[in-house]
Ligand binder design. Structure first.
Ligand code: SF4
Length: 295
């Protein structure tokens, strides 16, 4: 068997603080322990970061590891909604060696912040000893398919099975869990199959549509053209002609299904590809539309 070894450029960089203010809805502060992301999702909105980092490598082929000597001050995060992470996965494979996320969790552990961790990696299980004792913690697993072939095409993160298993482990610890169905690929993401596979191991389901606004737009469209040619007319209609009827219908379907089945959910559809009459997101568990990733 031939293994493919990818070249990955890794730098250690000094930073003065891990925390930055966030302009993201529903979030006060964001912590990105790394610059770049080895998960290399084909739809990654964060790939715009590349132009600010001086890297020539492809997105996914470089990572800067942030080293910070000063500690997080409890008063800086007191009562704040903190999100890990917005432009990397704080449990990307480098975390195994560097343990930056783990060291941050040790600092946040005794603070009064409301922490949400979003990941695609089962490496998070390593830190259960800290996580199980944190107050106001939410762990979200991002997953948009049960088809391992499609998953492998999309990212280099944990398998579908590993993510679902890890979510269950975390849920069994009494930690609040979310299945973040993102990004939903029209005609490919079988959202009911995901709910069936995850069941009550997610306390909430969040739905987010695929938004193609960055330089990756044509990469994704070409991928669809090659791998799912029968769906290309649908993607053209949505992403080249701006027709949002697919998302309108899907938002109604997810909303009705979740209400009928007593499932807590949030529809986090981006308004740039979503018509005004449904721009106020429907949520069974809280008010208002939030979107951690995107616009
Ligand atoms: S895990 Fe998130 S930050 Fe990392 S490549 Fe995928 S979408 Fe981008």
């Amino acid at each position: 068997m031939t293994a493919t070894v990818r070249y990955m450029k890794i730098n250690e960089i000094k930073v003065s603080n891990y925390i930055t203010k966030s302009g993201l809805p529903g979030t006060d502060l964001v912590i990105n322990p790394y610059v770049g992301c080895p998960h290399a999702c084909i739809y990654c909105y964060a790939s715009f970061m590349k132009k600010f980092t001086g890297h020539n490598e492809d997105w996914g082929d470089f990572t800067d590891v942030k080293i910070c000597d000063s500690s997080i001050k409890p008063q800086d995060v007191y009562g704040k909604r903190v999100f890990m992470s917005s432009v990397t996965d704080c449990y990307n494979p480098l975390e195994k060696k560097y343990k930056i996320t783990r060291s941050i969790l040790k600092q946040l552990y005794l603070t009064e912040c409301q922490l949400t961790i979003c990941t695609k990696s089962d490496l998070i299980i390593r830190d259960l000893d800290i996580l199980r004792n944190m107050k106001n913690l939410t762990v979200a697993f991002s997953l948009n398919t049960t088809d391992e072939n499609f998953r492998r095409d999309c990212d280099r993160a944990s398998s579908v099975e590993a993510r679902i298993r890890a979510l269950k482990v975390i849920h069994d610890e009494g930690i609040h869990t979310v299945l973040f169905m993102s990004p939903i690929f029209p005609g490919i993401t079988q959202w009911k199959s995901i709910i069936e596979a995850v069941g009550k191991n997610a306390d909430e389901y969040w739905f987010e549509n695929l938004s193609l606004k960055g330089g990756f737009k044509y990469r994704v469209l070409n991928y669809i053209k090659n791998r799912y040619p029968h769906l290309y007319p649908l993607y053209s209609e949505i992403y080249l002609c701006g027709n949002n009827s697919y998302w309108n219908a899907l938002a109604s379907e997810t909303e009705n299904f979740c209400l009928e089945n007593n499932i807590s959910f949030k529809n986090l559809f981006h308004t740039d590809v979503f018509s005004a009459n449904r721009a106020n997101a429907k949520s069974h568990s809280s008010n208002g539309q939030i979107s951690f990733f995107g616009d």
